[in-house]
Every structure is written in structure tokens, then in C-alpha cells.
Ligand binder design. Structure first.
Ligand code: ADP
Ligand code: MG
Length: 348
């Protein structure tokens, strides 16, 4: 009989939870390492270890209990991943974390593959911004550790530079894109090089937080193909194993630009749970655990809406139709702007 695989998952949020649920259906056991005691994945995994990255005893316990390690978010110290890698395989390979954690490295990497991004420059001081006024109106983004628009400042003109900014951190300044729309491509690559992609998903953000995702994306065939080809090129160049998400901007002039990479399943891919033969989570587990590759096929069109903060309270009382799939992440505190759940609606 085959030994049951034990998959280590770093991070205990909603993405980790959904990954654990998918693993369970594949008979893969999950051990979650979370630095958040309240991490909702504890309700979905086989074992939950609450630990900081520097708690040697707990980390050793985690390593001893797993065959392979993956993660639900990219901002994990690369040294920590490399430490684990000495004993157990970490997939996707930590070299992608180094790139995806750092906007400068990420954009450089993408540009070197011959793929366009918005114009950007690395910023260390207010003086650097003044020298690059051609990028205004622009968005100043902290070079590391941003998510859901955190660490971002819109600069319409030099007057928006605050006097008290002391640039102790580094930033990049990006030209503000005249957006027609945003799309994402979620792609799975297996270690034997097999790749299978979901179709591009159209995304609407509100206050820089994903509000809605839908398929089909209203884009031309040319953009459809270009987006998938770019995602494949990126995955291939990294000899990537697992699910990778590429976020794109489509400009008003129909130029496709890469916004950022996520070396993981993605909020915009939640609709894959119901709308495809296998979800992004199942695809990820299959790829990192080296299970047989499976090609991705659409079952239905769909829309997904994030449920933020206190909105969850109304949803909990609702009765849903047959084509509506509600997820409650079981987070304790419905803080403002916090992702509390989502709903996917299947469409004709
Ligand atoms: P995060 O890491 O927080 O997801 P992103 O760089 O993806 O950061 O930015 C979040 C959202 O802000 C994007 O999805 C987009 O809606 C908007 N945004 C970011 N950069 C730009 C830009 N250069 N031009 C126009 N809109 C942008
Ligand atoms: Mg983003």
C-alpha cells in the first residue's frame, strides 16, 4: 500500500484552509505551521502547530511530521525556507519567494523575460522621485511586504510627497496605468514540466482589495492567449512546481502588462473550486506532492465576490440558491476590510 503523504503548509489563513480541504479529498494529510494562534486553518487541517519562525522546538516538530512543505503566502523569510529545505523539499522552490517578496527583483525578472510591466524605478529618497517625475501620476509601493494595497501611496504630483517621509525603507515608483481592466492567470506546473492553465479571470478591485472575479473575462482572443503564454513562460523559466498566479493589467490601449506574481493559489482563483474539474488548490496539492498531472477543464462560468468585515454577519443568516456557494473562513474577528469569506455564483 502507498504511504499517505503528509504535506506541511506554512500559514494558517483562508488560503491554507482551502488548501487543506482540497488535500483531504486527495487523501493527503496536512500539518499547518502558523504564527497566528487563531489561524482559521486549524479547523481544516489534520494537525495545527502554532509557532513563531524562531521557535526551534516547534519548527523541528513540524519538519519531522511532514514529507513536503508548501506555503499559502510568499512573504516568509527565505532563510527560514532554506533551513527547512535542508531536510524536506519546499515547493514552489524558495528561489521564487526571493523574487516575489521584492518588487524590484520581481519586475526586473519579468522584464528580463521580455514581458512588459508598467514603467517603474527603484526609489531610495525623495530626490529619486523628483528625478523621475515622468512616472507621475504614479504609485509609490514599499519594495517588500505589501498586500491588499498596504504600503502604497498615490502620487499625483511632487506635492504629494510628505515632508515626514524619511525613506528608511526602499520603494518602487510605478507609473499609474490607465486601466481598462485587470486579469489574472492561474497555472499549474508539475515537476515533469507538464503545464495546465485556467482561463484568464477578470478582476475588479475596490480600495485596492479584490472585490469581484469572473469568468469568462471580457478580453480578445489575442489577450487571452498572450496572458496564458506569459504565465507559461514565467513558470517554465523558473522550472516551477505548483500553482502560480500572474496578475496582469490591461491598459486602455490594449497593452498587457504584468502587475505581480504570486507563487501560489490566489484569491481570484477561488471560483475554480466550483467552475472547473479540479480547483487551484487540488492542482497545487497534486503538483507539489508529485501526483499524476491532470488537465484543467471548465465546467461552468462563474463570479466570485469577497466578503469583507462585518458583511459576513448577514451572509451567515442567508439562504443560498443551488448555484451559490458560500464560504465562511471562520475567522474570529470581523475587522474592517478583512477577508472573512467569499461566495461563488455559477453562471450559464
Ligand atoms: P498588492 O501586493 O497589495 O496586491 P498590487 O501591486 O497588486 O499590490 O496593487 C493592488 C491593486 O492596486 C492592483 O490590483 C490595482 O488595482 C491597483 N494598482 C496597483 N498598481 C497600479 C498601477 N501602477 N496603476 C494602476 N493601478 C494600480
Ligand atoms: Mg496584487
Amino acid at each position: 500500500m502507498l504511504k499517505t503523504i503528509s504535506l506541511g503548509v506554512i500559514g494558517g489563513g483562508q488560503l491554507g484552509s482551502l488548501l487543506c480541504s482540497a488535500a483531504k479529498k486527495l487523501n493527503v494529510k496536512t500539518v499547518v505551521l502558523s504564527d497566528d494562534k487563531e489561524g482559521p486553518a486549524q479547523h481544516f487541517c489534520d494537525k495545527f502547530i502554532y509557532s513563531k519562525y524562531d521557535d526551534n522546538v516547534k519548527v523541528r516538530e513540524f519538519i519531522s511530521k511532514v514529507d513536503i512543505v508548501t506555503y499559502e503566502f510568499e512573504n516568509i523569510p527565505v532563510d527560514f525556507l532554506n533551513l527547512i529545505q535542508k531536510e524536506k523539499k519546499v515547493l514552489p522552490s524558495p528561489k521564487i519567494n526571493k523574487i516575489a517578496q521584492n518588487r524590484k527583483l520581481e519586475k526586473t525578472f519579468v522584464n528580463e523575460l521580455g514581458i512588459n510591466t508598467t514603467d517603474w524605478v527603484y526609489i531610495r529618497s525623495a530626490e529619486d522621485i523628483k528625478k523621475n517625475q515622468h512616472l507621475l501620476p504614479g504609485i509609490l509601493k514599499s519594495n517588500t511586504l505589501g498586500y491588499d494595497g498596504k504600503g502604497q501611496f498615490v502620487l499625483n504630483s511632487l506635492d504629494d510627497i510628505q515632508k515626514d517621509w524619511c525613506f528608511t525603507k526602499d520603494y518602487i515608483l510605478e507609473k499609474k496605468v490607465d486601466l481598462k481592466k485587470e486579469i489574472s492567470v492561474v497555472i499549474a506546473r508539475y515537476s515533469d514540466g507538464t503545464m495546465s492553465s485556467y482561463e484568464p479571470i477578470e478582476n475588479v478591485h475596490k480600495n485596492q482589495i479584490l472585490f469581484k472575479s469572473k469568468i469568462p473575462a471580457k478580453i480578445s482572443d489575442k489577450i487571452f492567449k498572450e496572458a496564458i503564454n506569459n504565465a507559461k513562460k514565467i513558470a517554465e523559466s523558473l522550472s516551477y512546481t505548483g500553482v502560480l498566479t500572474v496578475e496582469f493589467f490591461l491598459t486602455k490601449n490594449d497593452r498587457l502588462l504584468v502587475n505581480e506574481l504570486a507563487p501560489r493559489f490566489h484569491n481570484s482563483g477561488h471560483l475554480t473550486i466550483e467552475a472547473f474539474n479540479i480547483s487551484q488548490f487540488t492542482a497545487h496539492v497534486r503538483a507539489v506532492c508529485n501526483l499524476e498531472s491532470k488537465s484543467i477543464k471548465k465546467i461552468s462560468n462563474a463570479e466570485m465576490y469577497n466578503i469583507l468585515g462585518h458583511e459576513i454577519l448577514d451572509y451567515k443568516k442567508k439562504i443560498f440558491k443551488k448555484n451559490e456557494f458560500f464560504y465562511d473562513y471562520q475567522k474570529k474577528e470581523p475587522r474592517e476590510g478583512r477577508k472573512m469569506g467569499h461566495i461563488t455564483i455559477l453562471k450559464d
